[in-house]
Write a protein that binds this ligand. Sequence first.
Ligand SMILES: [Ca+2]
Ligand SMILES: [Ca+2]
Length: 241
Amino acid sequence: MKPSNTPTNRALIALSSLLLGAAPASAAVTFFNGYSGSVSEINSTTELAYTGNVSSTDLINGMTPAISGWNTTNGAHPNELTDGIHGQTFAAVGNTVDGGWTTVGATATYTLGSGANGLGYDISSIQTIAAWINVGFGNQAWTIAVRTLGGSFTDLATIDYQPLGSGGGATQVNLSSLNVTGIDAIRFTANSVNGGDNVGAFVGREIDVTGTSTVPEPAATLLGALGAVMLLRRRRAAIAG
Ligand SMILES: [Ca+2]
Ligand SMILES: [Ca+2]
């Protein structure tokens, strides 16, 4: 946990924000079901500020998610969330929405499969970027759920980051040092932003999920090896005796 995200610091930040009348500087992130991690966030009034932060090599890059509820007006599509680029401003690309335009409750589910070791995947970090030129569409709020291999979806965390108010700009939230292991799918559900104005929607530009195939627990492997050594010793002792 970074010092800036301690409960005390968060409380102080929230208090100073209230006193100054400014938008909250911190993303509100809540972890569920024993999951934990570190949280950091940045925001800018410049729509394309985080163009260079997008990954094109993360675990879900290039994936086509199972989707429900998205707004696909003006070329918007949730596939933009995993295309490896941030996307341009509306007017620069023929009045096209170069991102995933949410509705409240819209979902994108990425199926990872069982991985190289048949044990699913460990997820170490998640980065979400939202951006738009105005109307608070650069704010973001998500519920993230993961499915353990052979199990069902359980909530990992909720993100609520709305520092832009009804203005333009970009937000980026990073969850890191996550203790997610053995999952075969991850689901993002869009929640309401902007106090419900603009139908509670925002424009996600990219979701990057970093992880690796789950490997067997080193402790279990070590215990297995120790057990084999003990067994050998007993057999040798029995033969010698
Ligand atoms: Ca994108
Ligand atoms: Ca990506």
